[in-house]
Design a protein around this ligand. Structure first.
Ligand code: FES
Length: 158
């Protein structure tokens, strides 16, 4: 009986050691879990801060764009004013004549006397030129180069 008691006591000691080691491993794993949780919390805080910063930046951008919009409106109004002025200029010209801005001022120019081509102003040579065949005229309307043989009809507005 004594021998069996000794064996059983050794077994119980071994089991206790095993249990102790198990408990230690469990404790260490719990500590690791707690560390991981802390790290996750820190990461969450950092992420929330970065999100807040991004929101602020996007709001600032929106504010800036909202501030710019009125200037765009001004540009639009300026454009519409310019359109209105060109329309006014057109209205100043008699029918079959179109307004052209030159160095001397605003002119109403008729169609080319050669075949009725449209006339444009070339500022580099300070001449009126026909788009179709290239006849050139002075800003006064006098013919300079053929094929046009007659002078241009011109009316000075300004
Ligand atoms: S139509 Fe102008 S030159 Fe011919």
């Amino acid at each position: 009986m004594k021998i069996t008691d000794k064996k059983s006591s050794k077994k119980s000691i071994n089991e206790r050691d095993k249990i102790k080691s198990m408990i230690e491993t469990i404790k260490s794993s719990r500590a690791q879990n707690q560390k991981i949780k802390r790290e996750k919390k820190q990461l969450d805080k950092i992420e929330s801060k970065t999100k807040a910063k991004k929101k602020q930046q996007s709001q600032e951008k929106k504010k800036k764009t909202q501030k710019r919009k009125p200037s765009n409106k001004k540009n639009k109004t300026q454009k519409t004013n310019n359109m209105k002025s060109s329309e006014k200029d057109k209205n100043k010209c008699p029918p079959n004549m179109s307004p052209l801005k030159t160095k001397d001022g605003l002119l109403c120019v008729g169609k080319c006397p050669h075949s009725g081509g449209p006339i444009y102003y070339n500022p580099s040579i300070d001449k009126l030129v026909c788009k179709w065949h290239g006849s050139q005229f002075k800003t006064s309307g006098k013919v300079l180069t053929p094929p046009a043989m007659e002078n241009l009809k011109i009316k000075k507005i300004k």
